[in-house]
Design a protein around this ligand. Structure first.
Ligand SMILES: [Cu+2]
Length: 135
C-alpha cells in the first residue's frame, strides 16, 4: 500500500515528535518492517527510521547494550541507503530492509554512503555514567 506524499510527511513529523509512538498508523509505504519500527522500542532495542533521505531521529540516545535497528522506510523504487560510521557499515538497504548493530559507549556520528548529506548520531551512555547519573 502506497501512502500519499502528504501522509508520508505527516508520518515523518509524527515520528520526529513522538519518537516511535504506538499510535502511528499501521499503513505504511513498505509494510511490515516499518510498521514494526513504529512500535515503542523495547528495553534493549531502539529504532531509527530512514525516510525522506533522512535518519529519524537524527540524534538518538540509548543505554549501553542497546541494539539499534535502522529500517529503510522509503517508498519502493527510492535509491538504497546505508548506515555507515567508524564502527559499523551496513550493506545498501533497499526500502523495507533493515540493519542492526550494538554500538559501544560514546557518541557515534554516521552517514549514508551514497548520500553523504544524510547525517545523524547515536549517543550510547555507558552503564557507569548511567549509574553515576542516578546518584
Ligand atoms: Cu542514502
Amino acid at each position: 500500500m502506497r501512502a500519499t506524499a502528504l501522509s508520508g510527511a505527516a508520518l515523518a513529523a509524527a515520528l520526529a515528535l513522538a519518537c516511535f509512538s504506538a499510535h502511528e498508523p499501521s499503513t505504511d509505504v513498505v509494510g511490515v518492517s516499518c510498521t514494526r519500527a513504529q512500535q515503542p522500542p523495547g528495553p534493549d532495542t531502539a529504532f531509527v527510521v530512514i525516510r525522506g533521505f533522512a535518519f529519524q531521529p537524527a540524534a538518538l540516545s540509548v543505554a549501553e547494550g542497546t541494539t539499534v535497528v535502522w529500517v529503510n522506510c522509503e517508498v519502493e523504487g527510492t535509491p538504497g541507503h546505508t548506515t555507515t560510521s567508524n564502527s559499523w557499515d551496513s550493506p545498501t538497504l533497499a526500502p523495507g530492509e533493515s540493519f542492526a548493530f550494538e554500538p559501544g559507549a560514546g557518541t557515534h556520528a554516521y552517514h549514508c554512503r551514497p548520500h553523504p548529506f544524510m547525517q545523524a548520531t547515536v549517543t550510547v551512555a555507558s552503564a557507569q555514567s548511567l549509574a553515576n547519573a542516578r546518584r
